[in-house]
Design a protein around this ligand. Structure first.
Ligand code: NCD
Length: 362
């Protein structure tokens, strides 16, 4: 396995700081970087819809002087003929220098990274992780607030299926003085494994509430999210929950003067367009920051590859007698050839799937 990024924790805090500094330099001196990836190819493998992530990866590589190949839907790839993620990764490794991959199943990026012979960046795997959105979020917070520590951060909406929320919480757990406010309907609360393994393990103070208005006055950052329709197996439940939270200009009166409003986009109905004119609305700046951070990340991974830097994600897990991952969104639910592998947790007889991180009991 090559040096790949499945989630932001695959990068150290020092590396993240370095990527942020490079991204700031790219935004100020784009010409300096215009030929840095000359002769290099990025493959964008998108098995799931995307506007921002795919196009910003492509724009990032083009602005570095490299070129791009790829597909934007599973139906136009050999996945439609039944090719496995592992085989696709091996094949694309013969054509490109680096891969950005999005897939609807959790853990798909890890399977691909294990089989690719070039670096791979996870561009979103089901409800699991979305590290390059987190890079966009971190740069935006850094530029707006001048720091990544001592912040009160509210996440609002679909905290259960929102992979951008999961990755950003994971990344923030490594900075000091972060307080988290989790605002969601009961049905869409943050998964237990993130509460236990990230928030509680790192002693990060957090509260769970359903009240957006009442939470606004304390927040430095408000991270709004879309209810993830494509992750629901029950269409009626989606209809009932879809308009749970709408941030309006009236509600913004309860927020601080310098609260920074983020959203990974696309928005459906969660932020009224009237909020766009508010100086605290930072979600379109976030889009541009995402391109700079993807440029900086591509540069770093290609540089690491040249210097033979080893992968950080090395834990391979074990096959545990009789346990299968039962998460219907895990890559093991559709790829029968994969071994169900697990890592033991601190809880007796409880194991964590190496692909999707959900827990199973012996
Ligand atoms: C997010 C995603 O794909 O998870 N979009 C993005 O990449 N900016 C958020 C979403 O789809 O709601």
């Amino acid at each position: 396995m090559k040096r790949s990024v499945i989630d932001t924790v695959d990068l150290t805090v020092e590396e993240l700081d370095g990527i942020i500094q490079t991204a700031c330099d790219i935004s100020e001196n784009p010409q300096k970087y215009a030929d840095r990836c000359k002769g290099k190819k990025l493959a964008t493998l998108f098995f799931e819809p995307s506007t921002r992530t795919r196009l910003s990866f492509e724009a990032a590589m083009l602005e570095l002087g490299g070129s791009v190949i790829g597909f934007s839907e599973a139906s136009s790839s050999s996945a439609a003929k039944g090719e496995s993620v592992a085989d696709t990764a091996k094949v694309i490794s013969c054509y490109a220098d680096i891969i950005a991959m999005r897939h609807p199943k959790e853990g798909a990026a890890y399977v691909a990274a294990k089989n690719a012979t070039i670096p791979l960046i996870n561009a979103g795997d089901g409800s699991h992780c979305h590290p390059t959105q987190t890079l966009a979020d971190l740069l935006t917070i850094y530029r707006e607030k001048g720091r990544l520590n001592n912040l009160s951060v509210g996440f609002c909406g679909d905290l259960k299926y929102g992979r951008t929320v999961h990755s950003l919480i994971n990344a923030l757990s490594r900075y000091e003085g972060i307080k988290i406010v989790l605002i969601s309907p009961e049905e869409l609360k943050l998964p237990k494994y993130i509460k236990e393994d990230v928030l509680e393990k790192n002693k990060m103070p957090y509260v769970e509430t359903a009240d957006l208005e009442g939470s606004l006055k304390d927040l430095d950052i408000l991270y709004m999210t879309r209810i993830q329709r494509e992750r629901f197996f029950d269409a009626e439940e989606y209809e009932r929950l879809k308009d749970s939270y709408v941030l309006t200009a009236e509600k913004m009166q309860f927020a601080k003067d310098d609260t920074c409003v983020l959203h990974p986009l696309p928005r459906v109905n969660e932020i009224s367009v009237k909020v766009d004119d508010d100086k605290r609305a930072c979600y379109f700046k976030q889009v541009l920051n995402g391109k700079y951070m993807r440029m900086a990340l591509i540069l770093k991974l290609l540089e690491d590859e040249k210097n033979g830097v080893l992968p950080t994600h090395t834990e391979d897990g074990v096959v545990v007698n009789k346990i299968k991952c039962k998460n219907p969104r895990c890559i093991t639910s559709v790829e029968q050839e994969l071994d169900h592998k697990f890592i033991p947790t601190e809880k007796d007889g409880v194991y964590k799937c190496i692909y999707c991180e959900s827990e199973e009991k012996l």
